[in-house]
Design a protein around this ligand. Structure first.
Ligand SMILES: Cc1cc2nc3c(=O)[nH]c(=O)nc-3n(C[C@H](O)[C@H](O)[C@H](O)COP(=O)(O)OP(=O)(O)OC[C@H]3O[C@@H](n4cnc5c(N)ncnc54)[C@H](O)[C@@H]3O)c2cc1C
Length: 402
């Protein structure tokens, strides 16, 4: 009998295992891919902006030094609107912080998390294991197929972390809402001739936002939102033509664009589960909420969800609780997390609406909004703290200790 079964060993599933494990708990992860195999072709080459709240959680877990070694700090954020005067700047020093956040390639973060998981005797990872079914009575029974054979495991609590098109969510009968933003994202890494090593840029254009995130040295991670036709068209261009289009859109704040890495594109769809809980099963990560990348929040929000679950389970010996008691803890988790999740979704949708609208009026409104934000320190501080994930009250992990 496992205490916790986690379906999906992506970034969120691995983090959940590290947070929820302790010497008296057995945790199993069921992951469809084999070790080293990219989870999502191409998109796995992308990067994440880690918020200050996520850094605190990694510190509490004792794995921040390993992650920090592969991450680049963001000490300044420059937000602008293409062709308009409105600019706002956020500075880590204004908030007495060493960094507002960090950028890391997904692959590097995944390797650090996987090493940490493998160092824990009480976490068992079943690789190459495809989820098949889930049933609940006094315990949760999960069936999966691994190396042509059927397996089953029993657990007291299950976390569903198998991504935005979660099969486990469907098997539990939990519906989801899809919002198609009518946009696609183009992702690539790029080298610039005059890098500003610890500065991130968010540039709003009529077609959608363009983020340039520092990866260290000359390298930046580019997340470019376009309408689907434009995205398809820039994907067909040869590197020099693509580079010229990107440079024209971003400008010369980092000098000349010298080199472009492999490019990937995908449509942007927000997926939100209708519920976070079904009996003794909880939805986390993209299976619960896959958000627009504009605000860089999905993963950071998921880590704060898991930190909340840690707090609820910290003093609990799952083996001594009956099924109803575990289901009531799961219900408490849902009610504690629903409010922040709604706020983060509204914040992202508001940004998309304000900054992706081609109507001329919106052009002036967004320029004015950025200018105002720069002039109103209290508002700017509130926006900065929301972005860093530090406005939603603390628990132990968010304060940086277990
Ligand atoms: C362009 C872009 C930029 C982003 N930038 C940021 C950012 O700056 N900050 C931020 O916080 N977030 C960001 N995000 C969001 C972030 O990438 C996701 O929140 C995060 O990767 C979700 O991880 P996950 O583990 O929930 O899901 P996934 O990464 O989808 O992992 C799901 C796992 O489940 C496994 N699985 C799937 N089906 C099965 C099955 N049937 N059986 C067993 N296993 C299965 C998969 O193999 C995979 O390992 C960005 C997203 C995009 C697209």
């Amino acid at each position: 009998m496992q205490d916790v079964a986690i379906i999906g060993g992506g970034l969120v599933g691995l983090c959940a295992a590290l947070v929820l494990q302790h010497p008296q708990r057995r945790v199993a992860i069921i992951e469809a891919t084999e070790p080293g195999q990219p989870q999502q072709q191409g998109l796995n080459a992308r990067s994440l902006a880690l918020s200050a709240s996520s850094v605190q959680i990694f510190r509490a877990l004792g794995i921040w030094p390993q992650i920090e070694a592969s991450a680049a700090p963001i000490r300044h954020i420059h937000v602008s609107s293409r062709g308009r005067w409105g600019v706002t700047r956020l500075e880590a020093a204004d908030y007495d912080l060493d960094a507002l956040g960090y950028v890391i390639e997904n692959g590097a973060l995944s390797r650090c998390l996987r090493q940490a998981v493998e160092a824990c005797d009480n976490i068992n990872v079943e690789d190459g294991a495809e989820f098949e079914s889930i049933a609940q009575d006094e315990t949760v029974t999960v069936e999966y197929r691994q190396h042509q054979r059927e397996h089953r495991l029993e657990a007291r609590l299950a976390l569903i972390a198998d991504g935005a098109s979660s099969r486990a969510r469907e098997a539990l009968g939990v519906g989801h809402q899809c919002v198609d933003y009518g946009q696609s994202v183009v992702i690539c890494n790029a080298d610039f001739s005059a890098p500003k090593i610890d500065t991130a840029y968010e540039r709003f254009t009529p077609q959608g936002p363009l983020a340039m995130l520092p990866l260290g040295g000359k390298r930046y991670a580019c997340v470019w939102t376009l309408d689907p036709q434009q995205a398809a068209q820039v994907m067909t261009l040869a590197d020099p033509e693509f580079g010229a289009r990107l440079q024209d859109c971003f400008g010369f704040r980092l000098g000349l664009l010298e080199r472009i890495g492999a490019r990937f594109s995908a449509p942007i769809v927000r997926t939100s589960a209708e519920r976070l809980q079904q009996g003794r099963c909880l939805l986390v990560g993209n299976a619960a909420n896959a958000l627009h990348p504009v605000a860089g929040q999905s993963f950071n929000l998921s880590l704060r969800d898991i930190a909340c679950l840690y707090e609820l389970l910290i003093d609990q010996n799952l083996a001594s609780l009956d099924g109803d008691h575990i289901a009531s803890i799961a219900g408490e988790y849902e009610s504690l997390r629903a409010r922040e999740q709604r706020q983060v979704i509204r914040y992202g949708d508001g940004l998309v609406m304000l900054f992706s609208n081609e109507l001329p009026l919106f052009d002036h409104v967004r320029a004015a909004a950025l200018g105002m934000l720069d002039l109103l320190p209290a508002l700017k501080t509130q926006a900065a703290f929301a972005g860093m994930g530090l406005t939603f009250g603390g628990n132990r992990l968010l304060r940086g200790h277990l």
